[in-house]
Design a protein around this ligand. Sequence first.
Ligand code: AGP
Length: 609
Amino acid sequence: MCGIVGYMGNQDATPVIMNGLRMLEYRGYDSAGICTMDSGEVEIRRSSGKLVNLERLLKEQPLYGNIGIGHTRWATHGKPTVANAHPHKGGSVVVVHNGIIENYLLLKDELSNKGHKFLSETDSEIISHLIDEKLKSTTSLEEAVQQALKELQGAYALCILCHKDNKTMIAAKSGSPMVVGIKGNEFFVASDMPAIISNTREMVIMEDGEMAVFRNGEVKFCTLDGEDINKTSRIVDWSPLKAEKNGYPNFMLKEINEQPQAIRNVVAGRLREDKGDVFLEELGLNNSGLNAFERLCLVACGTSWHAAMAGKYLIEEHCRIPVDVEIASEFRYRNPLISEKTLLIAISQSGETADTLAALREARSKNAHIVSICNVVDSSIPRESDGVIYTRAGLEIGVASTKAFTTQLVALYLLTIRLGRANGAIDLKKGQEMLAALNKLPAQVEKTLELDSQIEEIACEYLTSWDAIYLGRGISYAIALEGALKLKEISYIHADGYPAGEMKHGPIALIDREMPVFILAPNDRHIVKVRSNMEEVITRGGKVVALCSEGDNETGKRAEFTLQIPWAGEALSPVLFTVALQLIAYNFAILKGKDVDQPRNLAKSVTVE
Ligand code: AGP
């Protein structure tokens, strides 16, 4: 998630923008930049790393002018370098961008053929060149912007300057958040309220497809067809801290609710519906490369290991390729049987987990080919990999992984399609069906999030329990493990996940009238067996919370509580069951008064053994 700030008014723009960018630092970033317009000239300063580097540069080479735009970059396309930092300039146009442009490669080719030269690896840079190109055939900057934005596919929140029209600043939004602050004839634009709330509390929330044109102390809102829009402002009474959490009480709940957008981000630009395939831009392996491997080895820690467990089920089921799943801290010391015929996939949100990095290096020493699935661009693990699939979840501040995990599941689903299309195990029709299911997922996540009030009731009922069991069969076993970990790490209730078929082999001795048993019962191939496992628990006086598929009014009949989860098919329903289990853990922890963002004894990234 990048941070954007724009300013037009009677103050010096640079300090206003830099203060705004500082307030967005919590979003995470790896480079920053600013552009101001002063007597018709635009000047840009950019730096990699933290804002302090940009501040140092501005001390040496100050910027002037009362119109400006600024940016903190969370890399999704291209490494965190100065060349990739925003603002980006194309001809006379300068932009800062938050979002992902899905058709940027096609547009880049078209613009290159018209003589445009690109200096970065980013998708954002093409926007400035595209607007500059449109200026040749339009009579105003806003018309050029309108025409350019109509050609973009994907998400954007943009601030735009152009030295040919040095009294104008334009903002535009589609798919990424953007807010406008108004203070008399001063205007502030930002991707998030914290950047501007110290300047003004009068805010206008922009909607998708809207533009704002700031000129001569006035602002006009319009559509991309130039039709005026009458926007009403509102006075926001949030504290800057509350604004950082977008109004949520903590980062964990904010990030749980960001999952629909995070899933849109991880698939953006990667689906090839016509081919029933996916395009994984940095995988670095073509069909013959992928088909050269005899087996896959997925290695990770914690929640990422649960994603690896789910990945095994997906890949073996759909691609018929043998998959081993390894806990990194065990793998690294076991002299594992790895060869150049092994594709090792390291899964890590942070890209810095010491055990996973060590496991990757162990596999490298045995000539494995390495791919990583990671959320932090250019972190250690992807840097030491031959290829990478970035999950693009944006910064995850809560120590308990939520959106990073569900985007790992989706990344593994994308990889499954790619592998299955490469070796023919997935045909065109099946591939297209799998992509169609994926397109419905964000809305199904939004529907699952609506279960929160029911879930709070469940947490209230079992609040005094000190133990819990999570049961699932097949891929749901991996999700049961994740549900148990979530409960453990934020509520400190002891919880274990088991294959439901394992109950008779010991765990059933634990059943009593106090301990909740969460049973994952999606309407998949295991449903009959899971129902009988549920009966085993109930007949022994156990307290069952049944998570079923929407429309299944049978399975939960004898359970104490039943949650109906939307059906996304066997391969994607785990994402939705995960969201419900995240909310279960969250509600338990909040009711127990725990700090869900910073649970005791835990670190967000375990960079030591
Ligand atoms: C999950 O909620 C925990 N934060 C932890 O298990 C985490 O998944 C594990 O430490 C691995 O971290 P990584 O994904 O950054 O490698």
